[in-house]
Design a protein around this ligand. Structure first.
Ligand SMILES: [Ca+2]
Length: 362
């Protein structure tokens, strides 16, 4: 007799019973193998580098930034300042002020250094395009006020206020006939990223990373729009930084007291005691500029991408600069906010760009 095997239909509840059983067994294993988190378990914030105390007395002119986690970036910007994201940096020393003409002069006297603007364009720079013979000389880029046609907004106009000036350099900020004799306590300008790095090396320091710079600029405040908090620049007649008032780029009313650079420390310090982290001059950072870098930035001590995205009107990769300058007009450029970014090729020098240095704990 052939045995007939009939397949019984599966019990309609059996898969659920099996699944329920698995969950119960899994839970039991979890409880046995991994005890419940106790009060001594590390909090999630330990994934970040934590703030630290100063390791010793402050080097001259420097301030300790404790570091630790902070929110970096600015969501409301039309540029590449978003998304706001949390990163952390290790504690570090930073110059209280931008590097001054007097300090840069000491460096040049000691080393005989020549800045990028004091040398003719390099082969690499010449390869960027057709450079007419009259521009194959030492030069830098200077801001020159330009009156725009009526009804024209600066934002819709090519930046004709930036002009090539032969003989402009850090000693001659507006060209060969200008001088820094009465500006030795102003920030040095017309320095390229390379010049800034050379100074840092001489001084036993380095340029800040972009994250270090922003951590320092925020002065310990959490996600505030400005380095000083939320008050609008100029509200109630209070000026917090050297920026541009009036109609950019032609009419600078200098309501804040200065049309050009100001002596360092002319405005109130931020929460860490640093001056001019907004306005006065742009400050070079060490990082290459990555448009999308915030999407992939490491959580701790981000140092920027391996190379930079191109700067404006050039194929040359750009370095980050931060803090805005005396040319930041609210109607044109609000990049004096601590979360705002800007970028330029490392060989570029201009009348509104300088730097400050940092130093590691050891
Ligand atoms: Ca000003």
């Amino acid at each position: 007799m052939t045995r007939t095997i009939t397949r019984r239909p599966a019990h309609p509840y059996r898969p659920w019973l099996i699944a329920l059983g698995c969950v119960a067994v899994g839970f039991a294993v979890l409880v046995i193998v991994k005890p419940p988190r106790s009060d001594s378990s590390p909090p999630a914030s330990d994934q970040f580098v934590q703030p630290s105390e100063p390791p010793g007395p402050a080097p001259e002119g420097m301030v300790w930034i404790p570091g630790g986690p902070f929110w970096m970036g600015f969501d409301e910007s039309p540029d590449h300042d978003a998304p706001v994201h949390q990163v952390a940096v290790s504690g570090f020393w930073i110059d209280r002020t931008e590097v001054t003409n007097a300090q840069f002069d000491a460096f040049v006297r000691a080393t005989g250094y020549k800045t990028s603007a004091e040398k003719p364009p390099t082969a690499e720079e010449l390869a960027q395009g057709d450079v007419p013979p009259e521009k194959r000389v030492p030069f830098s880029t200077c801001f020159v006020p330009v009156r725009l046609p009526d009804g024209t907004r600066a934002l819709d106009h090519p930046p004709t206020w930036w002009q090539f000036v032969a003989g402009a350099d850090w000693r001659h900020p507006e060209g060969p006939r200008s001088s820094i004799a009465d500006r030795m306590n102003h920030p040095v300008v017309h320095v390229s990223w390379h010049d800034a790095v050379a100074y840092c090396q001489w001084a036993g320091k380095r340029l800040p990373t972009e994250a270090e710079w922003e951590c320092a600029a925020r002065g310990g405040l959490d996600r505030q729009e400005y380095c000083w908090g939320s008050a609008r620049q100029g509200a109630d007649g209070k000026w917090w930084a050297n920026t541009f008032q009036g109609k950019f780029p032609s009419e600078n009313t200098a309501a804040d007291g200065y049309t050009g650079t100001a002596p360092v420390g002319s405005y109130a310090p931020n929460g860490y005691g640093l001056v001019d982290m907004a306005g006065n001059v742009w400050e070079w950072c060490n990082d290459w500029y990555g448009v999308q870098y915030y999407e992939t930035s490491p959580r701790n001590n981000p140092k920027g991408p391996e190379t930079g995205d191109p700067g404006r009107d050039t194929n040359m990769p750009a370095k980050v600069r931060r803090g805005g300058s005396f040319l930041c007009a609210d109607e044109y450029c609000r990049r004096y906010l601590p979360g705002a970014r800007d970028f330029n090729p490392p060989n570029d020098a201009a009348s509104h760009t300088g730097f400050r240095c940092v130093k590691d704990a050891r």
